[in-house]
Design a protein around this ligand. Structure first.
Ligand SMILES: Cc1cc2nc3c(=O)[nH]c(=O)nc-3n(C[C@H](O)[C@H](O)[C@H](O)COP(=O)(O)OP(=O)(O)OC[C@H]3O[C@@H](n4cnc5c(N)ncnc54)[C@H](O)[C@@H]3O)c2cc1C
Length: 462
């Protein structure tokens, strides 16, 4: 159903994006390198400025059965924030005041539009620390992080967004403002609805305020970079680090194809014969140098051909540069589908070898990299967008990788979520009964099915 602007409540009229080019830019997210985006013919972008605007949109949407797509910074890798036919795209980036920090209670009250890096900086200015750090941290919003249960590079020690969210304010379809959770250090009253909303990808309501836990800041991290000429040795190194008494705060892997893509982008000093590079960091207060030296020794014992250890945070950043440019380096390879499989850490080698076989079989390039310390890998399936056969083979490879991850007792999404891109595969992991139970749970909050239809659940429409 279309939403003529004239039918919107008066308070929203000045918040509708009128410029067609700007509106079109709000119709797509960062998954659009995965498939050619075809814009819906009819959608309306509303940029909310406050809670009242969000309430007005959801009252109107319920009354007119209009679909709503909640939207943050549009860095979704899975088509979670894309405009759909007849929908109101409700962008909440402007709900982004200064985070309110309570250093005694150890929390911050944050608007959903606050950028992840800004929250981290605000916490740091108070000697505190907010953990989750998606690689998109300079752009993505806390609302989007909550909606996707975002992870990142330091999850291996600090966990994912769910581990940091204490309480939420959410606007439900119809406009009711609901709060979940507790600001107190503990709290077990009733079901954990905070946990339900974290990771719900905009399918239940719109997050308008987030209370996140903060903790004392760790020391500035130091990095070690290890080069391996054997993938099995690299995985042995990962397992050795996982067994260490003091968990690294970052443990990333880049395979041979990833290293080559990065070296083609700029010279980051990786040798030609490298099969894998591991990056590991330590940040334990007063023990950073000891820990990173011990990690380097463990990696050498596992068979690393070279290990470089940073002496100071500046050098640390230099060692991380190759990892940081990786996403941009991959863009240069062509169109790609960014995968997000998580397997038990002990089965990483099997997954990475399996991905190489898939790449061979489907005749596509698949650099594999990611958060090795969590078993969360991001194979990037590169294909030629102008060649329908190459595109078809890329999607076959995507399907192969999903099934490979499940065969290895993994999950089809470690951190990016399901979105619209992976919705057709959700049933493969959950099974029919669980999928049906989850659909019914959605109906409790969204009985008309207007919240982000087509996202998470395949084929759902308002
Ligand atoms: C270069 C790059 C690197 C990335 N690295 C990582 C990484 O390391 N780890 C990781 O987890 N992800 C990563 N991502 C994916 C993405 O950044 C995360 O999913 C992020 O949490 C999305 O935030 P956003 O503000 O861009 O949300 P959007 O993309 O705008 O939306 C994402 C989803 O959240 C919903 N949503 C947004 N705001 C709200 C709200 N206020 N209320 C309800 N629902 C809402 C949307 O409907 C959509 O389903 C990366 C993406 C890119 C492009």
């Amino acid at each position: 159903m279309s939403t003529p602007t004239s039918k919107l409540p008066d308070r929203l009229l000045g918040k509708v994006v009128a410029d067609p080019d700007v509106a079109a830019s709000h119709a797509v997210d960062a998954s659009s390198t995965a498939s050619e985006p075809s814009l819906p013919g009819d959608f309306t972008v509303v940029r909310a400025r406050d809670l009242g605007d969000v309430v007005a949109v959801l009252e109107h949407a319920q009354a007119t059965r209009t679909p709503v797509v909640p939207q943050g910074a549009r860095t979704s890798r899975v088509g979670g924030a894309m405009a759909t036919e007849g929908a109101i795209v409700l962008n909440v980036e402007a709900l982004a005041g200064e985070p309110q920090i309570d250093a005694v209670e150890g929390y911050a009250v944050v608007g959903p539009g606050v950028v992840n890096a800004d929250l981290k900086r605000a916490a740091e200015a108070n000697g505190l620390f907010y953990g989750p750090d998606p690689a998109s941290w300079e752009t993505c919003t806390i609302g989007g992080n909550v909606a996707t249960n975002a992870g990142g590079l330091c999850c291996v020690k600090y966990g994912v967004t769910a581990d940091w969210v204490k309480a939420l304010q959410v606007v439900l379809p119809g406009g009711e403002v609901m709060t979940t959770g507790h600001r107190t250090a503990k709290g077990v009253t009733g079901y954990d609805l905070t946990g339900l909303f974290v990771g719900s990808e905009g399918t239940l309501g719109v997050v308008t305020e987030v209370v996140v836990r903060l903790q004392p800041a760790p020391d500035p991290a130091l990095t070690a970079l290890a080069v391996f000429t054997s993938l099995d040795d690299a995985v042995a190194g990962i397992l050795a680090l996982r067994r260490d008494r003091h968990r690294p705060c970052l443990l990333e892997i880049m395979d041979r194809s990833s290293i080559r893509a990065v070296q083609a982008f700029g010279d980051y000093g990786f040798p030609d014969d490298a099969e894998a590079v591991l990056l590991v960091q330590a940040d334990r207060p007063d023990h950073v140098a000891d820990d990173v030296t011990r990690y380097a020794e463990l990696l050498t014992a596992a068979g690393a051909s070279e290990v470089a250890v940073a002496d100071d945070p500046g050098e640390s950043e230099v060692l991380l540069e190759g990892r940081r440019v990786m996403s941009t380096a991959f863009e240069a390879l062509g169109a790609r589908i960014a995968e997000d499989i998580c397997v038990p850490v002990g089965r990483l080698a099997e997954f990475m070898r399996g991905a190489l076989e898939v790449a061979d079989r489907r005749r596509v390039t698949i650099p594999v990299s990611g958060h090795a310390g969590d078993g969360n890998l991001h194979p990037s399936i590169v294909y030629d967008r102008d060649d329908p056969d190459s595109q078809a083979r890329a999607w076959q490879a995507f399907d192969d990788l999903v099934r490979l991850g499940l065969d290895l007792d993994g999950t089809i999404s470690g951190e990016h979520g399901i979105g619209s891109l992976k919705a057709p595969w959700l049933g493969l992991e959950l099974g029919t009964a669980e999928l049906d139970r989850q659909r019914r749970l959605k109906g409790v909050f969204d009985p008309l099915g207007i919240m982000n239809p087509g996202v998470v659940f395949p084929g759902s429409s308002a």
